[in-house]
Design a protein around this ligand. Sequence first.
Ligand code: SF4
Length: 272
Amino acid sequence: MKSQFFHKHPKTLLNKGTGFLAGYSHSLNPYAGCSFGCSYCYVRQMPVSLFRGEEWGTWVDIKRGAADLLRKELARAKQKGKVTIFMSSSTDPYQPIEYQEGVTRSLLEVMVEDPPDFLLVQTRSPLVQRDIDLFLPFKDRVRVSMTIETDREEIRKQFTPGAPPIPGRLKALQHLADAGVPTQAAIAPVLPSSKAFPAKLAGVVRRVCVDDYFMGDGSGGKRTRNLGVDSLYERLGLEEWYHPAAWRIVYDRLKEVFSDDQVYVSQEGFVP
Ligand code: SF4
């Protein structure tokens, strides 16, 4: 899927953390739109996508002047209290356009100068490792959460053909951890995976979060149902994985490899 790119000058950048992100004071999106275009992306059902009237994944707004805006908004927010930032909730901060535009990197530079109390970086792109130098000054006040929904590439290709392959994400997690950056793997949403998945994760990460459509799409699974993701499971003959209890399959397997304090479920895995 090809994306079109637009340059925008936003008036605000930091949004209040609400709903699933209630544990955060703010969310931060360097872009609007996302060229990864995942089939199950719940943002497809949100105003940012619905009002656009164009297919999710085909457009990306590049936020111009984002660093200057963040510098001002961050200083103001810090005067009011604790600032905890989730980057990003409705785009991927390391989607391919970031290679050229560097909006996310420019925001990190601002946050290194004037650090928030906590920053969670949520991505599914190995490009995140480019910014290790900017994560290190945060010490334990940053966590890079890498989405790894499955270890089965053929499944990843069915659900998110535009997203980066899984092996590259695992390698990126390894590099981040080797450099001393706090990380986690987010199995979110749970996709059909192999029994060997937990062991593969255990080699690169010490913290895992499991989430699914029913807990994590912000609507008890309604948004996902509206997207018709269930038909993909039917076509693949994998209906048993589209179920409110399916996450337990992966959770129980993880518990055989990870200790209790290393495995988190849904929202608790993403809080600061
Ligand atoms: S990477 Fe995230 S924001 Fe982008 S399409 Fe996929 S789920 Fe949506």
